[in-house]
Design a protein around this ligand. Structure first.
Ligand code: F6P
Length: 518
């Protein structure tokens, strides 16, 4: 593995601390624009499919320069190259991190292809053929994806985002929660003959997914469904377990694809069913363009790097604890939830890749709702609350509907919110006082189409990679989810038996209460 220097041990980190301590780092955005007519140009950039305006962030050229120096001293470029080369950078699980391979095009005819890439294309072709088969089957009206975490959030977000490209007459459903209400409500309107169940689980052991899959299979058989091979399909790295479960139609992927990075693999089958093989290939191609940008652009013109460096500045030097995600497009309703897993499961860690406790803060809390809805709920606090919360807007230039007036109004609101956060309003001492100088990033897509979405997602993946790399974290494991899983397994039989021996007082008290008859 390539040598990485942890951020707090670099000269650049010390220099940034000194810079932060000086008054010059207290940037007033309004003044910054007044004195620098070129600020928008300097702090915005067009990357493949994504335009980013970074100019309303609390940085200047000197700070960005220092942050870029930090990226260099932390060996971000070497770490990135190691990922692209297939090194086992997921050191705690001794795995390579190769989701970029899932969107790497097939080499020209006659050129050699590495074995993993050949497997990727073989599976992709098979999965897309299956997707077309389901699309072409008029008897199939409903597709139910049963999966959770990375086996749910990515496909669900993308299917919704690309709704305008979806085939009419096929309904896609997503069941993730072990709460039976969700599956029950979904099954209510289905018939076995009209339904395909996709059981999506990298490990094929996740208790929620296995429980839902077993119930779906029982429902299917009880309703007279017979042909499991036609109506159940597994998307997994653990094909043997899927076979043991009784599913013979399977599409595989590999341990070098992390769950939250898996929507490009067989886990993306719901997306392919929704938008078709060509659409899915365009989605992969958009992501690949962003991969190439991330792999080759100099750090100072590398959008994922620039975004991550602002994240580092805010978290470690300004002490901001969260980022609000504001997609101004109703089809991006699941964008905040998707980013939550991507960033918080990747970088929400308090030890470095070697297990050493980190003396600085890592991933912020990500949260949000689509605009304009958020404006009528929590934007009050964003404008006038005591905490500064950087906001990340996403807007789309061209809508897919023809309703008059709506889109300009939507865009005007996005622009106005970003403007209001920055410019504020004077009313000394009064309730109408907005301090302003509140930072935001504005991401702009020409349209919400498969290629743009692919690029936008890949950009976020790489941004998370860069901040994790600077913090010295292994962004590709998730040990923090294990303890709760183990304890839930131990508690489940106690709910039936009532045994509270050895439990802490609160858990025992709640368990007893849950068992009391109403
Ligand atoms: O519990 C967390 C997690 O392991 C995620 O990382 C993953 O995306 C999710 O569970 C689902 O896992 P699987 O795809 O193996 O069912």
């Amino acid at each position: 593995m390539t040598e990485r220097t942890r951020c707090d041990r670099t000269a650049a980190w010390s220099a940034l601390r000194v810079a932060r301590a000086g008054a010059a780092s207290d940037i007033d955005l309004r003044k910054a624009f007044d004195v620098d007519a070129g600020r928008f140009e300097a702090f915005s950039q067009q990357a493949p499919h994504v335009f980013a305006d970074l100019s309303k962030n609390l940085i200047d050229a000197r700070i960005e320069h220092g942050l870029l120096q930090l990226a260099r001293e932390c060996g971000v470029a070497g770490h990135r190259d190691a990922m692209f080369a297939g090194a086992a950078i997921n050191n705690t699980e001794q795995r390579a991190v190769r989701h970029v391979l899932l969107r790497t095009p097939r080499p020209a005819a006659g050129a050699s292809m590495e074995p993993d890439l050949a497997l990727v294309h073989e599976t992709l072709d098979a999965m897309l053929a299956y997707a077309e088969q389901v699309r072409g089957d008029p008897a199939i009206t409903d597709v139910v994806n049963i999966g959770i975490g990375g086996s749910d959030l990515g496909p669900q977000m993308a299917v919704r985002a690309l709704d305008a490209f979806a085939q009419a007459g096929k309904r896609l459903h997503f069941v993730s929660n072990v709460d039976g209400h969700e599956l029950d409500a979904t099954l209510r309107d289905l018939t076995p003959a009209g339904t395909v169940f996709l059981i999506a689980s990298k490990t094929f052991t996740t208790i929620e997914t296995m429980t839902n899959a077993a119930s779906a299979k029982r429902w299917f058989e009880a309703q007279g469904g017979g042909d499991i091979a036609r109506h159940f399909c597994a998307l997994t790295t653990n094909v043997e377990a899927a076979n043991r479960f009784g599913i013979t139609t399977t599409f595989g992927f590999w341990d070098w694809v992390g769950g939250r990075y898996s929507l490009w693999s067989a886990i993306g089958l719901p997306i392919a069913i929704a938008i078709g093989a060509d659409g899915f290939r365009a989605f992969l191609a958009g992501a690949h363009e962003m991969d190439e940008h991330f792999r080759t652009a100099p750090l100072e013109r590398n959008l994922p790097v620039r975004l991550a460096l602002i994240d580092i500045w805010y978290r470690n030097f300004r002490g901001f604890t969260s980022r609000s995600i504001a997609p101004y497009h109703s089809a991006l309703a699941r964008w905040p939830a998707y980013l939550q897993q991507l960033e918080m499961e990747s970088n929400g860690k308090r030890v470095d890749a070697q297990g050493e406790t980190l003396p600085f803060d890592t991933a912020p809390v990500l949260w949000g709702e689509p605009g304009t809805n958020g404006q009528h709920a929590y934007f009050q606090q964003l404008h006038q609350g005591t905490d500064v919360v950087p906001v990340e807007f996403v807007a789309v230039k061209t809508p897919r509907h023809t309703l008059e007036g709506h889109h300009d109004l939507l865009l005007a609101n996005a622009l106005a919110q970003a403007q209001a956060l920055m410019v504020g309003q004077a009313d000394p001492g009064g309730h109408r006082h907005f301090t302003g100088n509140r930072p935001s990033t504005f991401l702009l897509l020409d349209e919400l189409a498969p290629g743009n979405l692919g690029a936008l997602i890949a950009m976020q993946e790489h941004r998370v990679f860069v901040s994790g790399s600077i913090w010295g974290i292994n962004s590709f494991d998730q040990w923090g989810v294990e303890l709760g899983k183990v304890l839930a397994k131990a508690i489940a039989p106690r709910l039936a038996s009532g045994d509270v021996a050895g439990l802490d007082g609160s858990t025992a008290g709640l368990l007893r209460r849950l068992r009391t008859k109403p």
